[in-house]
Design a protein around this ligand. Structure first.
Ligand SMILES: [Zn+2]
Length: 324
C-alpha cells in the first residue's frame, strides 16, 4: 500500500502538478470538441473545474465535490445554481485521485470533458507529462468509521471501515453473453491503477444506441472511444483490452466518483450492479451521517516505513473505528 501517494511525494503530504498540461478531444455524450488544461494549484485547493469559453459569460468555478453533482445519468455532471456546467468528469478525476494528485485546476472550454479513448489512460499520460510535486501541508483523509449502505432496486452500494486505505469491490451483472457477471476487487495504489485499471474503456450496447441518441446521450460515441457491444460480439476491431474490461471500467468510474468526497477516503466501497447514481448516493449518505466518518491526517513525523504498518501513523479518533 502506498496510500495513493505518488513516487517522490512523502506519505501524508499534499501534492499538485509540477507543470500544466493540455489535452483535447470530443465529449462522448455531447459530441462537442473540448480542450482541457490541468494546472498546478496551491495546497488545500482540492480539484477545481474552471469552465471557460462560455461566450462572454464569466468563467464558472466548480469544486470537484459531491455537492456540485447535478446529474448522474450515464456520466457524472457538475454544476451549480445556474445549472449543469461540465459533464463526464469521472475519468480525469479517477486519474488524478489514483495517482495521488490532491490539488489541481482543470480548465475546460466546453460542456464536457473529452472522452479521449474512453479510458483514464490518456489522463494518466497527461499527469505523467506534467509531473507531480509535494506541497508542505499534510494531506487530509476521510476515514469511514461505520458502514453506510444504499440499495436501489436490485443494486446496492456500501462504504465500510477499512484501515488499509481505499478498497473498491465491484460486481456487475448484465444480461449479455459477453459480459454476464464480473467482479473486481482492488486496494487502490498508483501503480496498480496504471497497470490494471487505467486502460479499461467506457462501454455501451448497440441495443441501447437509438434510445441514448434520442435522449441526447452518446452523440460522440464510436469504437474510437467506447467498447461497443453488439448481440454476440464486440464491434471494436481490436477487441477488448482486458477480458473483464467492463467491470474494471466500473472500478475506474467509482474511483472518480468517490474522489468527489474532496479528500482521500480510507474505507472499502462495494458496488453491486451500480453506476454513477449509486456511487453518488452512497457518498452522499456517508457524508450526511456525521458519526460515520472523520477527518484524519498522517503527520509526517509519525510516518511509518513498512507497508504493513501503514495504519499506525494515522491520528486515529479516540473512540476508534470498527477495524475487524
Ligand atoms: Zn466511465
Amino acid at each position: 500500500m502506498t496510500w495513493g501517494v505518488p513516487w517522490g511525494v512523502p506519505a501524508g503530504r499534499q501534492s499538485t502538478l509540477r507543470h500544466h498540461v493540455t489535452i483535447a478531444g470530443v465529449g462522448v455524450h455531447s459530441g462537442l470538441p473540448a480542450t482541457i488544461t490541468l494546472h498546478p494549484a496551491e495546497a488545500n485547493t482540492g480539484v477545481v473545474f474552471m469552465r471557460c469559453g462560455t461566450g462572454g459569460q464569466p468563467d464558472r468555478e466548480l469544486r470537484a465535490h459531491f455537492r456540485s453533482v447535478t446529474a448522474t445519468e450515464f456520466a457524472t455532471v457538475l454544476g451549480d445554481k445556474n445549472g449543469p456546467a461540465i459533464s463526464t468528469t469521472e475519468h480525469v478525476l479517477a486519474a488524478l485521485h489514483a495517482l495521488g494528485v490532491d490539488n489541481a485546476v482543470i480548465e475546460v472550454d466546453g460542456p464536457e470533458i473529452p472522452i479521449m479513448d474512453g479510458s483514464a489512460a490518456p489522463f494518466v499520460a497527461a499527469i505523467d507529462q506534467a509531473g507531480i510535486i509535494a506541497l508542505a501541508p499534510s494531506r487530509r483523509y476521510i476515514q469511514v468509521l461505520k458502514p453506510v449502505r444504499v440499495a436501489k432496486g436490485d443494486s446496492y452500494g456500501e462504504l465500510r471501515p477499512n484501515l488499509r486505505g481505499l478498497r473498491i469491490e465491484t460486481e456487475i451483472q448484465f444480461d449479455h453473453p459477453l459480459i454476464g457477471r464480473q467482479t473486481f476487487a482492488v486496494d487502490l495504489e498508483p501503480d496498480l491503477f496504471r497497470r490494471d485499471l487505467a486502460r479499461a474503456r467506457t462501454f455501451g450496447f448497440m441495443r441501447d444506441v437509438a434510445k441514448l441518441w434520442s435522449a441526447g446521450y452518446a452523440l460522440g460515441a464510436s469504437v474510437e472511444n467506447t467498447v461497443v457491444v453488439a448481440e454476440d460480439r464486440v464491434l471494436n476491431p481490436e477487441g477488448v483490452r482486458y477480458a473483464d474490461e467492463f467491470v474494471r471500467h466500473k472500478v475506474v468510474d467509482a474511483i472518480g466518483d468517490l474522489a468527489l468526497s474532496g479528500a482521500s477516503l480510507i474505507g472499502a466501497y462495494r458496488s453491486v450492479r451500480g453506476g454513477h447514481k449509486l456511487n453518488h448516493a452512497v457518498l452522499t449518505a456517508l457524508m450526511a451521517d456525521r458519526s460515520a466518518w472523520t477527518y484524519v491526517e498522517m503527520p509526517e513525523t509519525r510516518r511509518p516505513r513498512g507497508h504493513a504498518e501503514l495504519g499506525i501513523g494515522f491520528a486515529l479518533p479516540a473512540y476508534g473505528p470498527d477495524v475487524s
